[in-house]
Design a protein around this ligand. Structure first.
Ligand SMILES: *[C@@H]1O[C@H](CO)[C@@H](O)[C@H](O)[C@H]1NC(C)=O
Ligand SMILES: *[C@@H]1O[C@H](CO)[C@@H](O)[C@H](O)[C@H]1NC(C)=O
Ligand SMILES: *[C@@H]1O[C@H](CO)[C@@H](O)[C@H](O)[C@H]1NC(C)=O
Ligand SMILES: CC(=O)N[C@H]1CO[C@H](CO)[C@@H](O)[C@@H]1O
Length: 489
């Protein structure tokens, strides 16, 4: 492998000598233990083949999915990329109560890809943050039995040694009453089930998967010292036992290490399932902060120094690959803007996946097709604005307007600008259908790009494959909503 790379590099060098300006595109190097999350809650997901090639171009060898959608999984066939598939929370009760459903799932979603030239599936995350505080006890009873049934089904199918079962947990499963890592322990209401899960992970040699978000520490508490969310500052430190913490990530991860020690599983392997920084939808979410955060995190990862309680190399999956315009904004408007890349696979900021901290742009998605060069805006003929707010609200109820808020990329557009932005979002999400730019005659289709400064008026991409069914599902939903409004009124 290394020999091939060397000779490619040498060939490239000779070609540069000969032709000067020739651009040698080599497969980029990334930190070997680095992965990335790919969620597809988007109105126009990028074609999976394009995504798989993009990961390869960036040298990223691990990907984490939230489902086992074969449209996405299949794209990694025959590639040197390790895949983690997921089982959504709403399916946990099914698999907890039925081992035959679990066996069926394994057959259709795992065994199917196990052949020569197939997909290198290595993990199944059973549930996604099922013990999140805001879910109450919704999945507390079902998560562990579902994990057991999926494991049994994998064993029965002969994949038990290759495919590990785990569950992605949010860092809110543990707490520290003093804010010192050494006081870390699991939350009271889940301590018993956590013990069962820890014993299971230990027996099966599976990792503990934890999602840690320094951004949320900053977002959730007014007085949180901003620098402490990043990796490049010493402006604040926490002392604990013999350790000094200068960033919240290290302190948070070590809180988990202490909680595991207390439970008797201090040697369990920990993998960071999600870590990242959003770029819009909140005053602290912007490309500069994201760039700073990833630079610090990737450099730390490449240094293999780990944390005071967990020295050594670390495995982590960045969150996330792309923006997702259909994600729930219940946690906050930033939810749709976690992408390192935009909705169309264009990079938002320089990021060096090798962890060398160089100012370089990543490899972007290649071969993405856009819809026509047109936008929907508030017509210049509208002089009486009394009906504009109503139309704006309607558009934002059916499309993503999370860039309009305070401190976001499109704040300060004024009422007419807000309306134009919202009309365009609505129009693009509906594949530029003429009817979607009506707004009681106030909408107007234009061919000049209305983007203004940091505020991008996007053109959606062409999206194919399973999205056809997704689109028709959306149409049914829209129809049903329309009908219910009709019957209510
Ligand atoms: C603006 O339109 C509204 C609703 O159609 C109407 O009630 C109002 O009189 C109009 N205002 C002006 C200044 O024309
Ligand atoms: C761009 O936005 C500014 C406000 O931020 C506004 O004054 C200006 O008219 C806008 N330009 C265009 C071309 O819409
Ligand atoms: C534009 O929309 C944003 C977000 O809803 C809002 O904060 C702002 O006040 C709006 N501007 C105007 C002039 O209506
Ligand atoms: C989302 C997806 O493609 N998953 C498949 C996993 O297996 C079930 C059957 O148990 C299929 O219905 C899904 O299509």
């Amino acid at each position: 492998m290394a020999r091939v790379e060397f000779s490619m590099g040498a060939l490239c060098f000779i070609l540069v000598l000969a032709y000067g300006t020739l651009k040698c595109v080599q497969g980029a190097e990334s930190i070997p233990s680095l992965g990335i999350n790919w969620g597809a809650l988007a109105s126009h997901p990028i074609n999976p083949t394009i995504v798989a090639n993009m990961l390869r171009d960036n040298g990223i060898k691990k990907v984490k999915l939230f489902d086992a959608d074969s449209w996405m999984v299949k794209a990694f066939s025959g590639m040197d990329i390790e895949v983690m598939v997921g089982i959504p929370n709403d399916q946990l009760s099914k698999f907890a109560s039925s081992s035959s459903d679990a066996e069926d799932w394994v057959k259709k979603n795992v065994t199917k890809h196990f052949h020569k030239g197939g997909v290198n599936i290595r993990y199944v995350s059973v549930g996604n943050e099922p013990f999140l505080k805001s879910y109450g006890s919704a999945y507390v009873q079902t998560t562990f039995p579902a994990m057991q049934n999926i494991q049994k089904a994998l064993d029965k199918a002969g994949h038990g040694d290759i495919v590990k079962v785990t569950t992605a947990l949010n860092a809110d499963v543990y707490v520290s009453n003093s804010n010192k890592p050494s006081d870390g322990d699991f939350r009271d209401n889940i301590r018993d089930v956590m013990k069962q899960i820890l014993q299971f992970l230990h027996e099966r040699n599976s990792p503990f998967l934890v999602n840690i978000y320094p951004f949320l520490s900053l977002y959730q508490s007014e007085g949180f010292p901003e620098d402490f969310a990043f990796f490049d500052s010493q402006s604040m430190t926490i002392s604990d036992k013999n350790a000094q913490y200068s960033n919240v990530f290290d302190a948070n991860l070590d809180t988990l290490v202490w909680a595991l020690k207390k439970a008797g599983y201090g040697d369990l392997k920990i993998v960071v399932g999600e870590i990242g920084w959003p770029t819009d939808g909140n005053k602290n979410g912007n490309a500069n902060s994201a760039k700073r955060f990833y630079k610090g995190f990737l450099k730390t990862m490449a240094s293999k120094k780990g944390t005071p309680m967990l020295p050594g190399p670390m495995d982590a999956y960045l969150f996330s690959l792309f923006d997702e315009d259909l994600k729930s904004v219940a946690p906050g408007n930033f939810e749709r803007h976690w992408g390192i890349f935009r909705y169309d696979g264009k990079a938002k900021f320089p990021i060096d996946f090798s962890g060398n901290g160089e100012e370089k742009w990543p490899q972007e998605a290649k071969g993405v097709q856009y819809q026509e060069h047109k936008w929907c805006v508030l017509s210049a003929n509208v002089k009486n604005y009394s009906l504009v707010p109503g139309a704006l609200d309607y558009a934002c109820a059916g499309a993503d307007c999370t860039s309009l808020g305070y401190g976001c990329t499109c704040d300060n557009l004024g009422l007419a600008g807000n309306a134009s932005y919202a009309f365009n979002q609505f129009f693009q999400a509906r594949d530029q259908s003429v009817e979607a730019c009506d707004f009681s005659g106030m909408g107007s289709i234009v061919t000049k790009d209305p983007s203004n400064g940091t505020c991008l008026f996007p053109i959606e991409i062409e999206s194919s494959g399973d999205i056809v069914t997704l689109t028709s599902m959306r149409m049914v939903t829209i129809l049903l909503i329309g009908l219910s409004i009709f019957f209510i009124s």
